[in-house]
Design a binder for this molecule. Structure first.
Ligand SMILES: [Zn+2]
Length: 425
């Protein structure tokens, strides 16, 4: 008899905390050390990326590159908005190139070191190039509009800028599934069958207007399992990764899809737009203050006439990155809270607590499974593995107490052990 069974018998019923411990205990020390090292390294990367960005901004300003670029472009194109557009594209190109060594180490070599990426160098570079071209076009469009707002709204730019940013972000999120996602992955209709029918049945039972399910080839990039439900005004699309279908059991797939439907049904996207708008308005107000203070004190040679001068973009971006850095725990907690809501919705929708528990264990390949309270609060944008397994087991305990006939006290420790074996390899 295993330990958890003793514990559950002792409690004369299903003991959710013993069940949680039993699931977590399937992870061996070596696998845990590797997963912890990968995830904790990410904490330092937040700081490294901030410092690299600040150093680059200082370089662009102090060497006169920024004002030189503005003057040269302005001399050719004359119009203010066109100057902003060309400057924005050039700025995106230069900053991408300057930060490239850090990017390739962080997103290519480090991912391979931990066995998380399946991409060849050629394929990865190709994606970077597509991303760069897209980034240059989007920066040109977005910043042209943004600087028009800066010039017109003057000292009230922080609030107007936040509003315009949210609208542009929303537009991007709604066109991305049609115009951007297909540049990186191929979407094909999911094969007919029981699993597809079950996914659509859960959708229908929860008021999600979708009549098709798509599969996209994440295996092209990594082993990560992922899915999403997005769209609006009757164009809802349910999509899941090929890695999810191929590497997990049907009850795990349903548990994941229940979670994704939760984001949709609970209107998380709209909630995010609202919160993001407020957070961004505060961030722009902070940026306005910091920009003027830093420019007045150190900007003698930078040639920036004011915040609406495009030559000040490196400084503006630097101020904003300081704000985002400080706000890291706030962003993470807002997102993590929504994720926990979607988890609970998913448990109720799919009714697969053990599928949900073991799929949470799978995510331990790249997310620390059992962090401290404050560590989770500050750094986690999704609940930790332990938090998720615990929620699933509490849900199951409640269902058993209610006498739900589709639930049993048995755990899927066999599957958990097999998953952990794979992670250890
Ligand atoms: Zn989610």
């Amino acid at each position: 008899m295993t330990e958890w069974m003793l514990a559950t018998n002792a409690a004369a019923g299903f003991d959710p905390s013993a069940a949680t411990d039993a699931y977590i205990a399937t992870m061996d020390a070596a696998a845990r050390a590797r997963s912890d090292a990968y995830f904790e390294g990410g904490y330092w990367l937040i700081l490294v990326n901030l410092l690299a960005g600040l150093a680059m901004a200082f370089l662009l300003l102090q060497t006169g590159f920024s004002k030189g670029l503005r003057d040269r472009v302005q001399g050719v194109v004359k119009s203010k908005s066109l100057t902003v557009a060309v400057y924005a594209a050039a700025y995106t190109l230069v900053t991408t190139l300057v930060l490239f060594p850090l990017t390739i180490w962080q997103n290519y070599f480090r991912e391979h070191e931990y066995g998380l990426s399946t991409m060849t160098m050629g394929a990865w570079l190709n994606e970077q190039l597509i991303g760069l071209v897209m980034g240059m076009v989007m920066a040109a469009v977005f910043l042209t509009i943004f600087y028009i707002v800066l010039r017109i709204a003057k000292s009230a730019w922080w609030i107007w800028g936040a509003g315009v940013s949210v609208i542009l972000l929303a537009m991007m999120i709604f066109v991305a599934p049609v115009y951007i996602d297909p540049l990186f992955n191929e979407y094909t209709p999911m094969e007919e069958g029981e699993l597809r029918a079950d996914i659509l049945a859960i959708a229908e039972a929860n008021g999600i207007p979708a009549d098709d399910v798509y599969v996209f080839d994440v295996s092209r990039q990594s082993n990560r399992i992922t899915a999403n439900v997005n769209g609006l005004f009757g164009t809802t699309r349910i999509a899941l990764s090929d890695t999810l279908i191929e590497n997990t059991d049907p009850d795990e797939v349903l548990a994941v899809m229940g979670h994704e439907m939760g984001h949709y049904a609970l209107n998380h996207l709209w909630e995010m737009f609202t919160i993001f708008g407020v957070v961004l308005a505060i961030g722009f107000a902070f940026t306005n203050w910091m920009f003027n203070a830093v420019n007045a004190r150190f900007g003698r040679n930078w040639g920036i006439s004011g915040i609406s001068d495009i030559a000040g973009l490196p400084l503006l971006a630097a101020c904003l990155s300081v704000y985002f850095f400080i706000m890291t725990p706030v962003f993470n907690t807002v997102i993590r809270t929504n994720e926990a809501e979607a988890d609970l919705f998913g448990l109720n929708a799919a009714r697969e607590p053990d599928g949900f528990a073991t799929v949470s264990l799978r995510l331990a390949s790249y997310r620390k499974i059992d962090p401290g309270y404050w560590e989770e609060f500050i750094f986690f944008d999704h609940p930790s593995g332990r938090a998720r397994v615990s929620m699933a087991m509490e849900w199951k305990a409640g269902q058993l107490a209610l006498g739900a006939e589709d639930q049993t006290p048995e755990l899927r420790l066999d599957r958990a052990e097999a998953i952990m074996q794979e992670l250890a390899e």
